[in-house]
Design a protein around this ligand. Structure first.
Ligand SMILES: NC(=O)c1ccc[n+]([C@@H]2O[C@H](COP(=O)([O-])OP(=O)(O)OC[C@H]3O[C@@H](n4cnc5c(N)ncnc54)[C@H](O)[C@@H]3O)[C@@H](O)[C@H]2O)c1
Length: 385
């Protein structure tokens, strides 16, 4: 059976993650890769054992063998690469946040729809078995009416002023940093699992380091912690290290989350806490197989991931027996499997976040900027400009 052919654009942390996850599907071959330069593509292709290293993104788009591309490059490049790819007739799976603005995201969605091509925004974190189980528990009424959502996405990799990455610079990452980078995941997750929409928000953002030491050579995500004075320039910082956002989700549900890249000891502490009229749940990405279920009148419990103990729909997001950990790499596999099933057969259900979800994320991010600037609450009902 011939395999579907994918290309991965971007040779960093996400590029590697996508290549590995795609290979686990069995039905898709990573036929080509591209990077910032031909040299980067060549060394990436050699390291990952990919047959073709494209000289440029355009070379991939001209390659008739490639059916779909995965865009794993800095945020500012998502829009131009995705638009070119769609024009070239390629299906597009793009990293989050989808674009630099809602206007860009809207154009991406409109073009993908016009061309009748598959489009996905990589909100992979939806696809932990435990978070899918939470979604089914809420759909089945186990928690009752949802009253309160709380949580955080906290990291520590930008704690020191010597920590640096392209995400710190607006021109690569956009006007928001930590809220765009990881707050986008939190807001997508809470809406996905509860089925509620964020309707109002109030944000407060803080730049902890007003200046940072920018290395004279590029540093990859999560790498490089120690710099000598001769290795960096001191630059002014205008993107936030920390954010807190209060939320309304419809008439009765209220909540708040924080996002941070300066919280010592938190690596990828992505936690959601959801409390309803009957029960509550808490889930933390750093212990992804554990789902705390809280009850008022009986003992609370911890459900360790086990497909046989999950609702049948959630069990489809678990591939290994209970007690064998599944984690972050598996979430990508679960999303890509559903995206490529749709590429193979347009009658397959759309069981993955699309550009519409990415657009909704961008609209919320713009509302956060507005709220932080006005120091007040802003309406953000879906469909409201
Ligand atoms: N879904 C997730 O869990 C998750 C996690 C991390 C990052 N991301 C997203 O993935 C994207 C990439 O992040 P990363 O951490 O892999 O960054 P990275 O810095 O590790 O890698 C970026 C790669 O893109 C290449 N590149 C830059 N501009 C390019 C261009 N114009 N054409 C081709 N290649 C280009 C760089 O040379 C590098 O190889 C970002 O949008 C980020 O928000 C998502």
């Amino acid at each position: 059976m011939s395999k579907l052919k994918a290309a991965v654009i971007g040779a960093g942390f996400m590029g590697r993650t996508h290549v590995e996850a795609l290979r686990r599907l069995g039905s898709v071959e990573v036929a080509s890769v591209a990077g910032i330069s031909e040299a980067e593509a060549k060394s990436f292709a050699a390291a990952m054992g990919v047959e073709k290293a494209a000289a440029s993104v355009d070379a991939i788009l001209k390659d008739p063998e490639i059916q779909g591309v995965h865009i794993c490059t800095p945020n500012a490049t998502h829009f131009p690469i995705a638009m070119k790819a769609l024009e070239a007739g390629k299906h597009v799976l793009c990293e989050k946040p989808l674009a630099m603005s809602a206007a860009e995201a809207r154009q991406m969605k409109e073009l993908a729809d016009k061309k009748k091509l598959c489009h996905a925004t990589n909100h992979n974190l939806r696809y932990y078995g435990a978070t899918q189980q939470i979604r089914r528990m809420i759909q089945n009424g186990d928690l009752g009416e949802i009253l309160v959502v709380q949580g955080t996405y906290s990291q520590d990799w930008l704690l020191y002023d010597t920590d640096f990455n392209w995400r710190i610079l607006r021109k690569h990452n956009g006007p928001l940093r930590v809220v765009g980078d990881i707050g986008s995941h939190w807001m997508d997750m809470i809406q996905h699992v509860t089925g509620l929409s964020i309707t109002k928000l109030c944000a407060d953002l803080n730049i902890v380091h007003k200046t940072r030491k920018q290395p004279k050579v590029a540093v990859e995500t999560f790498a490089g912690k120690t710099l000598r004075p001769e290795d960096y320039n001191t630059i002014k910082i205008d993107t936030e290290d920390f954010g807190m956002v209060m939320l309304h989700l419809g008439p009765r549900c209220r909540g708040a989350y924080t996002v941070s890249q300066v919280s010592a000891g938190c690596k990828n502490r992505f936690e959601i806490q959801i409390f309803g009229t009957k029960a509550g749940v808490i889930w933390n990405q750093e212990r992804p197989d554990e789902l705390w279920i809280g009850r008022r009148n009986e003992a609370s419990s911890v459900l360790l991931k086990d497909a046989s103990l999950y609702y049948p729909d959630a069990a489809g997001y678990v591939d290994y027996p209970g007690g064998h950990a599944e984690g972050y790499p598996d979430t990508h596999k679960m999303l890509f499997k559903r995206f490529w099933a749709r590429v193979a057969n347009p009658k397959s259900p759309v069981e993955y976040p699309t550009f519409a979800d990415g657009l909704r994320g961008m609209e919320l991010l713009e509302k956060i900027i507005e709220s932080n600037k006005s120091r007040g609450w802003v309406d953000c009902k879906p469909g409201k400009k």
